[in-house]
Design a protein around this ligand. Structure first.
Ligand code: GLA
Length: 393
């Protein structure tokens, strides 16, 4: 029980509240969020749980079960602390943003329990940020969009990882039993119910290539370069979101080849999200699967953010009977693939992919069944909080 863990750590479990924020898997719409396009993630039942109670002195104390580490900070200085370059940055970055947004941080005891595997591309950091924000707010009201944006700012400005809004947004706004189509320009979203008879599995490569972070920044710059070039043809273009396939085709010959390919990924990926959502609404599961594979190929060759491990998992999965489609998900260079399959075929995919991956890379992949869960909030029933180990099933 989380209360026992809290008592063991802090000597009291009085007036403890627990907040939960989910990780996510993105079905389609990759590297489109920072280009103000569309994404379609689902929140997972893998989540970060944060137990909190008032601190008897002026300190903000944080403890991570996963790391088995604790730290303490003067709560009154939460708005002006410097990054420590470890896991506490996600919490302190959020504390700083809350303070700046007019929500001063009170002295608290925090215990972090997360079932989102770190470094898997399932957004463990956004889950930690959003859970931290709710715990530090401790019931104070905040508009959900302000909450999501504030957590994104903590990650970009304090932790120093450039990212779009997708992960924090879906962690806050997700609806149970549905995916969430987010328009990253208007920041509006709609629930998209998945057709009956399909399942989603995430398969973790268990690798994270170091190149990831620098490449992400490089891609955002390449997209900006593409926008500058296309604007010469149409001055109304503000981001790749405004570019149609026809306009891109006209602009491509005058663009450096690499830049043109990056833009082609983003423009066609936005279109694939729209097509995927309508296939979903028609119940055309085959088309959904095809679009996922097209997305992967585009990320592999045009955007160049895949990795041999991801390509291998996708190629293996789509050869398995019952698998409708597969693609890398998240930023790339490792992390997970997301697989769409007919219900009842997951056993076959699990065993085929495990054996093939072990044979090829000598690594056992973690496999997660992804059931769309609801967005972040307070957990009233503590019985529903899992024990601290990641839920690989
Ligand atoms: C990372 C970022 C997201 C998004 C994806 C790529 O997960 O955190 O904002 O840009 O990469 O789609």
């Amino acid at each position: 029980m989380i209360l026992e863990a809290f008592r063991k750590r802090y000597g009291t479990a009085e007036n403890v509240r627990v907040f939960r924020a989910p990780g996510r898997v993105n079905l389609i719409g990759e590297h489109t969020d920072y280009n103000l396009g569309f994404v379609l993630p689902i929140a997972l039942d893998l989540a970060c749980f944060m137990a909190t109670a008032d601190s008897p002195d002026g300190a903000l104390r944080v403890y991570s079960e996963e790391k088995n580490q604790s730290r303490e900070f003067p709560a009154a200085e939460a708005g002006s602390l410097a990054p420590a370059h470890d896991w506490t940055d996600y919490i302190i970055g959020v504390a700083r943003e809350l303070t700046h947004a007019g929500f001063p941080v009170a002295p608290k005891l925090l215990l972090v329990r997360s079932t989102v595997p770190e470094g898997s591309g399932l957004s463990s950091s956004a889950a930690l940020e959003v859970a931290s924000a709710l715990a530090l707010l401790d019931g104070r009201d905040i508009p959900p969009l302000t909450l999501a944006k504030l957590c994104q700012r903590a990650e970009v400005d304090f932790v120093g990882t450039p990212c779009g809004i997708m992960d924090q947004y879906v962690s806050v706004f997700a609806c149970e039993h549905a995916a969430l189509q987010i328009d990253c320009r208007s920041l509006e979203s709609q629930a998209v119910t998945l057709p009956a008879g399909v399942e989603i599995l995430a398969v973790n490569t268990m690798v994270k290539h170091a190149l990831g972070q620098s490449a992400y920044k490089e891609r955002t710059e390449e997209c900006a370069t593409a926008v500058d070039a296309i604007r010469r043809l149409d001055p109304k273009v503000q981001s790749l979101r405004d570019v149609s396939v026809a306009l891109l085709e006209r602009a491509m010959p005058a663009m450096p080849k690499v830049i043109a390919r990056r833009a082609r990924h983003v423009v066609t990926e936005d279109e694939r999200v729209i097509l995927f959502v309508s296939a979903c609404q028609r119940g055309d599961v085959e088309r959904m699967g095809q679009l996922m594979v097209e997305s992967h190929v585009s990320l592999q060759h045009d955007y160049e953010v895949s990795a041999p491990e991801l390509d291998f998992l996708v190629d293996t999965a789509i050869g398995v009977e019952g698998v409708l489609g597969a693609r890398m998900t998240g930023g790339g260079f490792g992390g997970c693939t997301v697989n769409l399959l007919r219900q009842g075929t997951s056993k076959r995919l699990r065993s085929t992919i495990t054996h093939a991956y072990e044979e090829r890379f000598g690594i056992t992949p973690q496999i997660f069944l992804c059931r769309p869960s609801g967005g972040a909030g307070e957990v009233k029933n503590f019985e529903r909080i899992p024990s601290g180990t990641p839920l690989s099933d």
